[in-house]
Design a protein around this ligand. Structure first.
Ligand SMILES: [Zn+2]
Ligand SMILES: [Zn+2]
Length: 345
């Protein structure tokens, strides 16, 4: 089969490799769509402690089951499935507690397990038993289903932020994830959604997702404007969905007393030591928390949301490439000029 193999840092080669062999407990899926995530680009350039090259990246995928082991009862050839990233080990203290995205091993597709930038992907026993693999209805396309992975991460994040009816929510960073936050927060009851974004073209692109206020923070002071929009009080929920330390510093200044502040976007390793005025957290009694990945249940709910057309998931796909052009797909994704870039192997 054809696969895009990350051979060393910065070197990904599309080449022929053997099709993985199915054992009694595993499943082979023919990949129809795999979207490029910011983390794929980070791994491509800087590596990751959980990725040991040569490896096939890609964790936002969908495809068709073509073969299943004799012990597998959940899936059969012909099933159309969406596949997410984080795979609970099923046995550690966190997996037992039902929070598999906090798993101590933190297996993931496209990390320890080969991912979706290939014609086929193997779902091993752990993935089949505990992983984020969910059937999709016929009316959902593979391209759409691939985006259940990032959407699932958004569902996990917003659940942790405990979005409530009539909340004012600030989203800092209007990439595809930020735009998904707008739409899901609205569904969860937020009545006022304020988007803060540095780049003007990116902000303009986010306008079709229906937030109430759009602030371009390279043209005006984002913190001052959020306070002005909230009668000086700040927002009930502030979520950072970008890799910027400044966004975290600003987030606590935009928060209302007792607000939830979600550092959803991870920072580059060299920039994650951030100086915050913790007295703001102290006096405002803020709840500052993080969010990372998703549990299989979030992936399943994301599939349901996409199937129900609660979000028009097509709006999140701006480019499509064949596998041979994966380097171009990565370059387009890295340029941040569009939304999600989908590769169709
Ligand atoms: Zn992703
Ligand atoms: Zn575990």
């Amino acid at each position: 089969m054809k696969a895009a193999v990350l051979e060393t840092l910065g070197k990904m080669v599309v080449k022929e490799v053997p099709i993985p062999r199915v054992d009694d407990n595993s499943v082979l899926v023919k990949i129809k769509a795999c979207a490029v995530c910011g983390s794929d680009i980070r791994i491509f350039h800087h590596g990751n402690s959980r990725v040991n090259p040569p490896q096939v990246l890609g964790h936002e995928m969908a495809g068709e089951v073509v073969e299943s082991g004799k012990n597998v009862t959940k899936f059969k050839p012909g099933d159309r499935v969406a596949i997410g990233a984080d795979v609970p080990c099923g046995e550690c203290v966190f997996c037992e507690a039902g929070i598999g995205n906090n798993c101590q091993i933190n297996y993931a597709m496209g990390y320890q397990f080969a991912g979706g930038f290939a014609e086929y992907v193997l779902l091993n026993r752990i993935v089949v038993n505990y992983g984020p693999v969910h059937k999709i209805p016929d009316h959902v396309t593979y391209d759409e289903a691939a985006l259940a992975e990032p959407l699932g991460c958004v569902l996990n994040a917003l659940e942790l932020s405990n979005i409530k009816l009539c909340d004012t929510v600030v989203v800092i960073g209007a990439g595809p994830i930020g735009c998904m936050i707008i739409e899901v927060a609205r569904r969860m009851g937020a009545t006022r959604i304020i988007v803060v974004q540095r780049s003007r073209p990116r902000l303009e692109m986010a306008k079709k997702f229906g937030a109430d206020v759009y602030i371009c923070s390279s043209e005006e002071d984002g913190v001052a404007r959020v306070l002005e929009e909230t009668e000086g009080l700040g927002a009930d929920v502030v979520i950072t969905s970008n890799p910027s330390p400044e966004a975290q510093i600003d987030a606590i200044k935009m928060a209302k007393n007792r607000a939830r502040v979600n550092f959803f976007g991870g920072l580059p390793k060299t920039k994650s030591l951030v100086t915050l005025d913790t007295n703001i957290i102290h006096y405002k009694e803020l709840f500052v928390h993080g969010a990372h990945g998703a549990m299989p249940i979030h992936h399943q709910k994301a599939v349901e949301l996409i199937a129900s057309k609660a979000l028009n998931i097509k709006n999140y796909i701006s480019h499509k490439f064949v596998l041979d052009d994966i380097l171009e797909a990565f370059a387009v994704a890295e340029a941040h000029t569009g939304m999600r870039v989908v590769v169709n192997p």
